[in-house]
Design a binder for this molecule. Structure first.
Ligand code: TYC
Length: 154
C-alpha cells in the first residue's frame, strides 16, 4: 500500500516509496509517457518500516525513465477519378505538377485511372492531402475539365 508519506514529486515524476529504499514512477507530466524501469542494487539493509524481502524497503532501487511514445499521424490517399472528357495529357501534367511524378510514372497512373476508374497519386498527412486535392480541383476547373480528385483515409 502506498501512503501519503511515501509519495513525493521530483521533476514531474510522481515517485512512490521510501527515498532510501524503493522508488516507483507512477506518472509523468506533459506529453504521454511510458516508463522503462531499470533496477539496480542500492543497499543491503532492510527498511525497518517495511520489513521482509522485496518490494518497498527491500534495498532495491528502481529508477524509472520516460520512454517517448512514437505517435503516427493518420495518412490519406489522394486519388484521381476517371471521366470521359479530361484529356489524357492534362492528367499526366497534373500528376507531374502536383504529385512530383516523372513522365513515365505519370503516364502509368493516368492509364491506370483511365482503365480502372480510380488511381492513387500519393499518400500524405491530412493537411497535405487536402491541399493537393484543392490545388488539382482548382487547376481542373480553371481549364474547364471535369477531372475529380478526392482523398480517403488509409
Ligand atoms: N478517360 C479520359 C480520356 O479518355 C482520360 C482520363 C484519365 C481522365 C484519367 C481522367 O483521372 C483521369 N480522355
Amino acid at each position: 500500500m502506498v501512503t501519503d508519506d511515501m509519495v513525493w514529486q521530483f521533476d514531474g515524476w510522481r515517485l512512490e516509496g521510501w527515498i532510501d529504499g524503493f522508488a516507483r514512477a507512477g506518472s509523468c507530466r506533459g506529453a504521454e509517457c511510458a516508463f522503462t524501469a531499470v533496477a539496480s542494487p542500492a543497499r543491503a539493509a532492510k527498511d525497518p518500516r517495511q520489513g521482509g524481502e522485496g518490494g518497498p524497503g527491500s534495498g532495491t532501487a528502481v529508477i524509472a525513465r520516460p520512454k517517448t511514445q512514437v505517435r503516427h499521424p493518420n495518412m490519406y490517399r489522394v486519388l484521381l477519378l476517371n471521366d470521359d472528357y479530361t484529356p489524357m495529357d492534362f492528367v499526366v501534367s497534373v500528376l507531374k505538377k502536383y504529385f512530383n511524378k516523372g513522365p513515365e510514372e505519370a503516364t502509368r497512373i493516368m492509364l491506370h485511372v483511365h482503365q480502372h476508374g480510380v488511381g492513387e497519386c500519393g499518400i500524405y498527412t491530412y493537411e497535405i492531402a487536402e491541399t493537393k486535392v484543392t490545388q488539382v480541383m482548382d487547376h481542373a476547373r480553371k481549364h474547364q475539365h471535369p477531372l475529380q480528385c478526392i482523398m480517403e483515409k488509409k
